[in-house]
Write a protein that binds this ligand. Structure first.
Ligand code: NAP
Length: 482
């Protein structure tokens, strides 16, 4: 990895404006090669406690700043992130594996949350409520919730952090993040730029370590923390939600998905194939909103598969730093083994393999872009998150059947469908039990829109003007005897 500014690579937690060391270190590796790209000091319990104490003190002062003062600090951070976009992207590709152009896109996406919430922070309003008697006035004000902690996964190492940190800081909260042990360098680079942007000490803290459970215990149970935000698997989300109950912390969860992508007979097939490719193969299929079950209506089943096969065959596998790479490595050998077992299980149960289905010659972390058809809804591959570059196609006959199959899952993050019929577009949009629905669109996330799931995919929304709700307390004030 060649960087213009190698001082973006930090080697320990960032707490109260200081870079920490400790007696234990862990290595960060490039999943494409297995090579070590850095070593990072493991945070200690004492350092985490210092982070919480410092964040509590810093938050009090930060909350007294005007929204404009907070916005100016955040905009400076935003501009430094964009000025260092190429280096930040290169660090991300090195530790996470995604193609460089996707990393460049993620840095812009991550920065957009800081810009958006800096602007929106100036518009946090209260209400004046019509009074029940004339000697009273009723009003609400919104105040920052306090110290916020968060835990994020490796698949979007920067975007998942700023989606939480930006509304927290803009609302007047302080923030402590534990990124995945697999991608600490992107998080620490964001901290380096927060430091250069003079974000006051104690407001943005990054704690890195291998012992997720112990760090998580502190971040979910310390009473000084008033809100916890998690992005990751449903299994860990459930556990952390239970932990947060001990101090009744406000909790938001962005969890796993099992996205249906439905293609109706009346769809524009070029649009549908493009949508399916974008939704399925971004980040080698390691995306919570990835199309997990591609359901295709019988009348266009063969044509859709033919066209999809042509597009999948064009995908180039390789190291994310090679310019024309479309599909990088998966994050770990365990991830490759899981994807392979889902494919093998489906084939053994009667699905047909059209393309791929193997670990690639590029190395043990690379899985070939794969197409399997005639998948049945009861196969494991249709029930579990694939999290790999595997398009799994299920045929269906009627709209009712497609909706029923799509909703037959405990998850409810994102769903997609392709249809040219306006009536059907309304009906299906309303019937899908998902927090987000893409209509003739395979990629739906943007800072302006509320991102989040229902059912076991989580609670709360990130981005949009709703993105502040989880970081603010609404206080009702009753002025009497006027
Ligand atoms: P994961 O195993 O749940 O890990 C997510 C984070 O939780 C990581 O930082 C991990 O730390 C930490 N963690 C693991 N065990 C923990 C514990 N016992 N206590 C506290 N923290 C713990 O998920 P993943 O496999 O890394 O990420 C993929 C999952 O995230 C998928 O299910 C995907 O759908 C979901 N996701 C959801 C969204 C969304 O917006 N809804 C976005 C992206 C990803 P270490 O990595 O250091 O172990």
């Amino acid at each position: 990895m060649k960087l213009k500014d190698s001082s973006l690579l930090r080697a320990g937690s960032y707490i109260n404006g200081n870079w920490c060391t400790s007696s234990k270190e862990f290595d960060v590796t490039d999943p494409a090669t297995g090579n070590i790209i850095g070593s990072v000091a493991e945070v200690t319990l004492e350092q985490i406690e210092n982070a919480i104490t410092g964040a509590k003190l810093a938050q009090k002062e930060w909350a007294l700043k005007t929204a404009k003062e907070r916005a100016s600090a955040l905009m400076y951070w935003y501009s430094l992130i964009m000025a260092n976009q190429a280096d930040l992207a290169s660090i991300m590709t090195a530790e996470q594996g995604k193609p460089l152009r996707e990393s460049v896109g993620e840095i812009a996406y991550a920065a957009s949350y800081i810009e958006w919430f800096a602007e929106q922070g100036k518009r946090i309003y209260g209400d004046l409520i019509p009074q029940p008697s004339n000697d009273r006035r009723l009003l609400t004000i919104q105040q920052p919730i306090g110290v916020v902690s968060a835990i994020t996964p490796w698949n979007y190492p920067s975007g998942m952090i700023t989606r939480k940190a930006a509304p927290a800081l803009a609302a007047g909260c302080s923030f402590i993040i534990k990124p995945s042990e697999l991608t600490p360098l992107s998080a620490l680079a964001l901290a380096e730029l927060a430091d250069r942007a003079n974000i006051p000490s104690g407001l943005f803290n990054v704690v890195v370590g291998l012992d997720a459970e112990s760090i998580g215990n502190e971040l979910t149970q310390n009473p000084a923390i008033r809100k916890f935000s998690f992005t990751g698997s449903t299994k860990i989300g459930k556990k952390l939600l239970a932990q947060c109950s001990s101090t009744i912390k406000r909790t938001s969860l962005e969890l796993g998905g099992n996205a249906p992508l439905i293609v109706f007979d009346d769809a524009d097939l070029d649009v549908a194939v493009r949508g399916a490719m974008g939704s399925k193969f971004r980040n080698a299929g390691q995306t919570c909103v990835c199309a997990n079950r591609i359901m295709v209506q019988r009348g266009i089943y063969d044509t859709f598969i033919e066209r999809l096969t042509v597009q999948i065959s064009k995908l180039k596998i390789g190291h994310g730093h090679i310019e024309d790479t479309d599909i990088g490595p998966l994050i770990s050998c365990a991830a490759v083994t899981k994807v392979d077992s889902l494919v093998k299980d489906a084939i053994a149960a009667g699905a047909q393999l059209v393309l791929g289905g193997k670990i690639d010659k590029q190395g043990k972390y690379f899985y070939q872009p794969t197409l399997i058809i005639d998948v049945k809804p009861n196969m494991r591959i249709a029930k579990e998150e694939i999290f790999g570059p595997v398009a799994s196609i299920i045929p269906f006959d009627t709209e009712e059947q497609a909706i029923s199959m799509a909703n037959d899952t405990p998850y409810g993050l994102a769903g997609y469908f392709f249809s040219a019929d306006i009536g059907r577009s309304w009906r299906v949009s309303e019937a899908l039990e998902y927090g987000m629905v893409g209509v003739n669109e395979g990629i739906l996330t943007s800072v302006q829109a509320p991102f989040g799931g229902i059912k076991e995919s989580g609670m709360g929304r990130e981005g949009s003007h709703y993105g502040f709700d989880d970081y603010l307390e609404k206080k009702y004030i009753c002025m009497g005897n006027l």
